[in-house]
Design a protein around this ligand. Sequence first.
Ligand code: GLN
Length: 486
Amino acid sequence: MHTQTVAQLAQGLREKRFSSVELTQHFCSRIEELDPIYNAFITLNKDAALAAAAAADQRLASDNATALTGIPIAHKDIFCTLGLRTSCGSRMLDNFIPPYDATVIKRFNEAGAIILGKTNMDEFAMGSSNENSFYGAVKNPWDQTTVPGGSSGGSAAAVAALLAPAATGTDTGGSIRQPAAFCGITGLKPTYGRVSRLGMVAYASSLDQGGPMAHTALDCALLLNTMAGHDPLDSTSAQDPVQDYTQDLEQPLKGLRIGLPREYFGEGLDPGTGACIQAALQELESQGASLVDINLPNSKLTIPAYYIIAPAEASTNLSRYDGVRYGHRCEDPGDLHDLYTRTREEGFGDEVKRRILVGTYALSAGYYDAYYKKAQQARRLISDNFTAAFEQVDIIAGPTTPGTAFPLGAKSDDPVAMYLEDVYTLAVNLAGLPGISVPAGFVDGKPVGLQLIGRHFAEAQLLNVGHRYQQATDWHQQAPVTGGTL
Ligand code: GLN
């Protein structure tokens, strides 16, 4: 069962080839047996999952089942789950049991999907390697000496190692696409506002967006159908109607204009990764798409702008963790000041502290104009580049990351080297655009991701291109375990 996609499992459930209880038990057993190798899960939700699966089996026997009824899904430990610990990868929230479900979780529950467990992640979603987790690093199933990417590395590793058929992630600067690329799976970061942020622990509120991670574009479409939609409780949630994202998957690519930003193919791109991307582009061209060279001249501003804006927002968002309301609290505080400082000193890891310091500095009265305001101006220029590009082309393509998964520990002492990992993904978040990473080959046995970027709300188009590509290739069917294929 674990070698099947969500679409195949859903059909198996409908045809009564197995029950949701059997399916859920199967994945729980795999996690219990194999996750000690990968550390992809922080919490396994076995008992509640099996109870939910029994209810799903009853619903499957009636006529009001959905495409996801009975399907076990792993959730990044950033989504609040009622009664189930939500740690956000931090000691600060190690004891936090949410009194409510995130809207995304609520929607999956309403669809009858099963919460398999909560996946490991970089603390507060800050990182590109999953090494910043309080619960320890995650290992890449393709090569256990390398990182799975981050911050949604647990979700990516869980899907790649066939411990879950699909998972959720969040993407503030690449955290769905980059781990999807490193682990050889498909990951979609939707348009900002497409998926509700209510109950998704906030990192950088103007950039954060939840999305699906799965083997195929079709599976991502099935998950997005459930995740997307207006939420009256999230004021940044988009009102635009949601389409059925499985509807346009088969559209031929004839006439599609694909922009190739010069800035994404230059210095810094590993030649092996570049060769995989060129081959993928040729495949799309052979299906009738045309390739057009474009420029995104302000690309060099993305890392500096992001690493001001994201820490600035994080510094304000994380001020709520003060030991008073919930989460970690230091022992025997002497006074209020001692309570705040010791709680935060103990509760946060190094990278989180670094971001809070940078963000607080950038927002402070004397430096606001020099840093935060400048970064916002750069953000506008970056966004304008995309607007201009989308007058010439329909989608933009390039590598998701400059290279393949790097060894554990290789960049953990060098924050700037780690930040450079995000060079091709950050601009999408700064401009609020949708982006997808699809498996596009291997370099020395390590997966490569092709990134496709669309206009606002063009998720269906990205999924269409991803799906057509996956019909012509089998990279997404390769597995690092059990026989090597799905
Ligand atoms: N690597 C980026 C960061 O550390 C992006 C993380 C993310 O998308 N959550 O901020």
